[in-house]
Structures are given as structure tokens and as C-alpha cells.
Design a protein around this ligand. Structure first.
Ligand SMILES: [Zn+2]
Length: 377
């Protein structure tokens, strides 16, 4: 979901990161505050003052979003859920949780606390602005933050999964009907439907309301929501099918390995082109020493193929290309998606025992989903 991310700082041990796309939003919000919101609500100031107000308003929004996500993350951690950190990106923020909440009650609390945090921040800002104790230009900024936090809370409370309101609804349905899968299917269908509504509204305001940026924005958020709603349902099915299944169950034990001394030319001709795999384990005297993928061959010029040996270009064994036989199949999938590889070596005490491939994992998944269709979980 994310491109390049930068860690800004840690809060309560939770990493706060920004995706590159977030800087675009920062600039857009600063610009629209400096040219629209502030001049309209507080006319008569200088253009440079509006620009500063816009920048501080946008940074205030950033702090607000971080606090909202932090509320989710801290409550989740209190219930023992693993947190990967908070990432801010083009559509706001996400507290990345590695696990699904274990019960409807936990899901409800983790979900509701974000909007509650936003409502509290909004209320505090309203009070501060209302009391009139703030210095001149800070007043309008705090007023803006009061409004935007309440808008944030309201938007997030829409019952469209994976928005917070959708999670709240899912927890209620889950508690009521006892089936996480059905609760997720219903709420993610609502989420996808809501995404479609946003796309249509965006197009309408784009064509008839002449709202270029606003309209485009709704279309993009709508597309994102649709995609996120469908992906979370898929993710849930995937997790249910693969979690708790050891890698050894899926691995192929007949493995074609290549000797370390082989030339790159022979590797390409006799292995890559013959077997159609993108990765081969490399062995030396029957001992596993690494692996070689098409990635290592790409940068080599043709005339180097004869001179270079597999041993000189291979990758060493590590977490990115190998996994233990007793590891969870979900872990294997996570590793594959993180590194973009489709095959992992299965290694037990430095010995190659098999290969697990994305294709085998997905085939098992498809089968299990078919069999589960009528299951009740
Ligand atoms: Zn939230």
C-alpha cells in the first residue's frame, strides 16, 4: 500500500512514519488554507501571514491525525495486539496492526477510541478559541483545528469498513451473529458501496460543480475505500486459511539446486529457461550456501555471463529468501510480499529441506475458501 516511508520519531515506543505521498497533501492543505479558508474567514491580512497560517494549520492537522491514530494504537497494544507503527499517507493515517482483534469487545474499543480522541481534540480547540486567550493569528488556526477534528471524527464514524465506524459496526455484528467472516463481508460491502457513492459524488461535483481538486479528491478517496474494503475481506479470508498452517505442509521437497561453480550462462540456459523458476538454491558439496534469482543476473552484461560464476553473484541465505519449516504460512506470504519474491527456501539447521512457492500457497487458499463458503466462523 505504501511507497517510500520515512520514520519521523517514536511516541510511546510507536514509530510514526510518513509516506512520500503525504508531503503532497501537506502542500495541498497549506495552499487551500492560505488561499481559501483563512482569507474567507478572516479577511484583511497579508498574503504571507495566510501562508504561515496555512502551514501551521496543516501541521496542526498532522498532529491531530497522529493523536487519532495513536489512540487506536495504544488501546490495541493494551489488548496485546502487535503494532507495526503509524503511517501517514495521502488519505490520512493508519495504525498498522499485525493481528485481527481477538474479540468483538476489543475490536469495538480499538475502533471507537480514534473518533473519541478527535472529538476531544476538537472540543479542546473550540474551548481555547472561544475563551479568546490565544494570540491574534493563532485564534483562526485553532478554530480551523476545532472544525477539522470534528469533521475527521464524523467522517471516520461512517459505518463503512475499513473506516472506524465500519469497524464499530463489524464488532457489533460479530458479537451479535458470532461470525467474523460474515460481519466483515457485510461491512466491507457497505464500505465498497460507500466508496462508489463518493466516486459518483466526486464526478458530479467535477462536472457540474466545477470543483476540480475537491471533485478529484472525492473520486480518489472513493477508489481507495473501495479497494481497501475489498482487500480487507480478502486479507481476512487469507489469514483464516493460512494462519496456523506450517510452511512444511506446502513445501515441495524435490528441489532443483545449482552448484556454486556453475557459470551464469549455464544457469540461464539450463535452469532459468528450462525450469521457469525465478529462484534457485545454490549448493556447494551438498551444503546450502545461498540462492540466485533473476534479479542478480539482470545487471550483468551478456559478455560477463561466461566469466561470472553463480557463487560470485548469489545472495546469502537470510530472512528475505528463506524460512523455517515450522513457520506459519502467513509469515511466508508476508515475506514474499515484502521482498517481491515468489519462492522461499525452507531451511532447517542450515540444511535445505524444500521450497515453498506463492503459487502453492494461493492454490491451497482458493481451495480452502471454496470449502469454507458455507462454514460458520
Ligand atoms: Zn481511526
Amino acid at each position: 500500500m505504501f511507497g517510500r516511508r520515512y520514520e519521523l520519531f517514536k511516541l510511546f515506543g510507536i514509530a510514526i512514519r510518513v509516506d512520500l505521498s503525504w508531503f503532497v497533501v501537506l502542500a495541498l492543505i497549506t495552499w487551500s488554507l492560505a488561499n481559501g479558508w483563512f482569507p474567507e474567514s478572516h479577511p484583511g491580512l497579508e498574503a504571507s501571514t495566510y501562508l504561515w497560517m496555512g502551514l501551521f494549520g496543516a501541521l496542526g492537522l498532522f498532529v491531530s491525525v497522529v493523536l487519532h491514530e495513536l489512540a487506536h494504537a495504544l488501546v490495541a497494544r493494551r489488548y496485546g495486539l502487535a503494532i507495526n507503527g503509524i503511517t501517514l499517507f495521502i488519505f490520512g493515517g493508519v495504525a498498522e496492526m499485525r493481528d485481527e482483534p481477538p474479540s468483538p469487545k476489543v475490536e469495538f474499543r480499538v475502533a471507537i477510541v480514534g473518533p473519541i480522541a478527535s472529538i476531544l481534540i476538537g472540543a479542546v480547540c473550540f474551548l481555547a478559541a472561544g475563551l479568546g486567550v490565544l494570540p491574534a493569528v493563532a485564534g483562526p488556526i485553532v478554530e480551523y483545528l476545532a472544525t477539522i477534528n470534528l469533521v475527521l471524527a464524523a467522517f471516520n464514524l461512517l459505518p463503512a469498513f475499513p473506516l472506524d465506524g465500519g469497524r464499530v459496526l463489524r464488532s457489533v455484528l460479530w458479537g451479535w451473529k458470532g461470525s467474523l467472516r460474515r460481519a466483515t463481508r457485510i461491512t466491507s460491502a457497505i464500505g465498497a458501496g460507500f466508496g462508489t457513492v463518493l466516486i459518483v459524488l466526486g464526478i458530479v461535483s467535477l462536472l457540474w460543480g466545477q470543483q476540480l481538486i475537491g471533485g478529484l479528491w472525492w473520486v480518489l478517496i472513493g477508489m481507495f475505500l473501495r479497494q481497501a474494503a475489498q482487500a480487507s475481506y480478502q486479507q481476512l479470508l487469507l489469514r483464516h486459511a493460512l494462519e496456523g498452517e506450517p510452511v512444511s505442509r506446502f513445501m515441495a521437497t524435490h528441489v532443483v539446486a545449482v552448484p556454486r561453480s556453475l557459470s551464469v550462462r549455464e544457469l540461464v540456459e539450463k535452469y532459468f529457461l528450462e525450469h521457469h523458476h525465478k529462484m534457485f538454491p545454490v549448493v556447494d558439496d551438498g551444503r546450502l550456501v545461498g540462492c540466485v534469482t533473476t534479479q542478480e543476473i539482470k545487471p550483468l552484461a551478456r559478455d560477463e555471463w561466461e566469466r561470472q560464476s553463480v557463487g560470485a553473484v548469489m545472495q546469502k541465505c537470510g530472512r528475505d529468501n528463506s524460512i523455517e519449516p515450522e513457520a506459519d504460512a502467513m509469515d511466508a506470504l508476508g515475506r514474499m510480499s515484502r521482498t517481491g519474491t515468489s519462492r522461499l527456501m525452507v531451511v532447517a539447521s542450515d540444511e535445505l529441506v524444500g521450497i515453498v512457492s506463492l503459487k502453492d500457497l494461493l492454490e491451497f487458499f482458493a481451495l480452502k475458501v471454496e470449502l469454507d463458503e458455507k462454514g460458520n466462523w
